[in-house]
Design a protein around this ligand. Structure first.
Ligand SMILES: Cc1ncc(C[n+]2csc(CCOP(=O)(O)OP(=O)(O)O)c2C)c(N)n1
Ligand SMILES: [Mg+2]
Length: 335
């Protein structure tokens, strides 16, 4: 039960081979470009509903989900869910179409940004209810435990979500039921405009783990390798019957709480984070300095991702909207 800032065991590149490193970079880069493009597209007025961007936080989704498989492991996400979806292999074009409200979307255009879900990838859903994910994860983890399939369920939530009763009840239940669950608190310093420094009693989400009898740790969320190591320990513990863990990932969101947020509550922190801490830049520096990947290999991923996102937007805009006849479908699950 520690609350120390972790550094990776292997100071270079986490012991990953070139293919795994490229995969991790591709995930983070896809999230970044997806979000930056959405930032631009939202400003045109073509996207319905609310959009909360995850840019800046990529190392968390990639560092955690890199340990999970699509069949037996599940995640529950938040209102800021695009990064989690991409890292859990939800189809990027279907996500874009969903955000545009098109029938080709992950949920046939009926969910939008905050309700993207894909059970075939173990993605239980983004969630408009702050603190809504942790109880779902307790249920999913219990199901895995009963089935004995070795599956792990992971809940992502924010510093604001960490103060919700549902999250604290879930931490308790996960311990009492000794569940294969992992709780990832993404502390980006704010819940809407409210500073975590003010609203998180005790100052540390990770320290709360001790009250529920589970390990808690805090990790630098700009460092992909540090997140990967901390999450790997927690996921391994869950998978091998060791019960739940809590990992607090400290990071910064690059855009406002929602698209349109004037951000009057902060000044230079984003500029500093982008220039000095950025997870993609740090990853690039680390892997090229270690000689594990070349700049050309990373540039090739950048080009591949740029094409994917361009196609995703073009195809989403060209896809049809749901019709009135679609209103009655997908409302209830039929067994
Ligand atoms: C139960 C509930 N209460 C309040 C809200 C309004 N709300 C939406 S996002 C948000 C802040 C969440 O902050 P945090 O959990 O830190 O996530 P972040 O936005 O920083 O990723 C609030 C209060 C909500 N959606 N659901
Ligand atoms: Mg927050």
């Amino acid at each position: 039960m520690t609350d120390t800032l972790r550094t990776p065991r292997d100071p270079a590149t986490g012991g990953l081979d070139a293919a795994a490193l490229l995969d991790a970079y591709r995930t983070m880069r896809t999230i970044r470009v997806f979000e930056e493009r959405l930032h631009d597209e939202f400003a045109t007025g073509d996207i319905p509903g609310f959009v909360h961007l995850y840019a800046g936080e990529e190392a968390s989704a990639a560092g955690v989900c890199g340990w999970l498989d699509d069949e037996r492991d599940v995640i529950a996400s938040t209102h800021r869910g695009h990064g989690h979806c991409i890292a859990k292999h939800v189809d990027v074009k279907a996500m874009m179409a969903e955000i545009y409200g098109r029938v080709t979307g992950s949920c046939h255009g009926k969910g939008g940004s905050m309700h993207i879900a894909d059970l075939s990838r173990g993605m239980l859903g983004a969630n408009g209810i702050v603190g809504g994910g942790p109880p779902l994860v307790c249920g999913a983890a219990l199901a895995s435990k009963v089935r004995g399939d070795g599956g792990v369920a992971v809940a992502f939530f924010g510093d604001g979500g960490a103060n919700q009763g549902t999250t604290l009840e879930s931490l308790n239940l996960a311990t009492v039921w000794h569940l294969p669950a992992v709780f990832i608190a993404e502390n980006n310093g704010y819940a809407e405009a409210t500073a975590a420094e003010w609203s998180v009693g005790g100052g540390s989400v990770a320290a709360r783990a001790a009250a529920f009898g589970m390990p808690g740790t805090t990790v630098d969320g700009f460092d992909y390798f540090a997140v990967r190591e901390a999450a790997g320990e927690a996921i391994e513990r869950a998978r091998t019957g060791g019960g739940p863990s809590l990992v607090e990932v400290r990071l910064t969101r690059y855009y406002g709480h929602f698209e349109g947020d004037q951000q009057t509550y902060r000044t230079t922190e984003v500029q500093r984070a982008r220039a000095e801490l950025d997870c993609l830049l740090r990853f690039r520096t680390r892997v090229t300095a270690a000689g594990d990947l070349t700049a050309a290999q990373l540039d090739a991923v950048d080009a591949e991702v740029a094409t994917l996102i361009e196609e995703a937007v073009t195809e989403a805009k060209a896809a049809p909207l749901p019709t009135a006849a679609d209103l009655d479908t997908d409302v209830y699950v039929t067994y």
